[in-house]
Design a protein around this ligand. Sequence first.
Ligand SMILES: C[S@@+](CC[C@H](N)C(=O)[O-])C[C@H]1O[C@@H](n2cnc3c(N)ncnc32)[C@H](O)[C@@H]1O
Length: 220
Amino acid sequence: MPKYDRERVARLFDGMTDAKSVTGEHTGMFGQSIPQIAGQVAFEKLALNHEDVLLDVGTGTGEKAIAAARICRQVIGIDVSRKSLERARMKVDRESLDNVAFVYGGFEDPCAELDLTPYGITKILAVYSLHHLSDQLKKESLTTLAALLRRPGRMVIGDIMFFEDPNEHREEFDEVGYDAGDTDFPCRVEYLTYCLEQIGADVHVEQIHPLVGVVIAEFV
Ligand SMILES: C[S@@+](CC[C@H](N)C(=O)[O-])C[C@H]1O[C@@H](n2cnc3c(N)ncnc32)[C@H](O)[C@@H]1O
């Protein structure tokens, strides 16, 4: 049975182009996909303002981080795929944005190559990235990330998360971008809520699909 393997996930995304991105903004002829909707709702729930400092975890090629940089004071996107980070930096070069940085770092070690503690992070975003981790690592990582967040602060997770039994939605796995446990290890929404409440967050959940949702965690 496959298990979370960070290097394997990194290689998978290193080899992926934007055209294959599940959450990207390019809409097909039938409108937005479920992952795109989850990404958009998560972004909106951040309610960004010009004073915010945003950390985007599992930023990929940086689409949401770059959109956020047009609003926020500072944005840092971290990811374990160095190729995705390179692509994100190339996009920034094409725009005249000097308030966004893309650096190597994971959920487990967000400060791997940049100490994020002096940044005064006010908001954290994770779109379609946390589900790659094992449940134990999800819990530990959420605790690590919450420690980087200023109070009051907000964390928003838009991702695959089970509201219902996934076996009853097998035909919808492709539609929601779930690979049935090869590199994707989503948990039940209650587990995410439990992890966040354990570390003092007020949690609100929006269901997008029986297998996808957005969790908003407020830290006061
Ligand atoms: C489906 S992509 C989503 C990218 C982006 N958030 C978006 O919405 O377009 C998942 C991303 O999570 C990253 N990822 C996987 N495991 C990670 C980890 N342990 N720490 C940080 N990022 C991770 C992958 O490298 C990939 O870039």
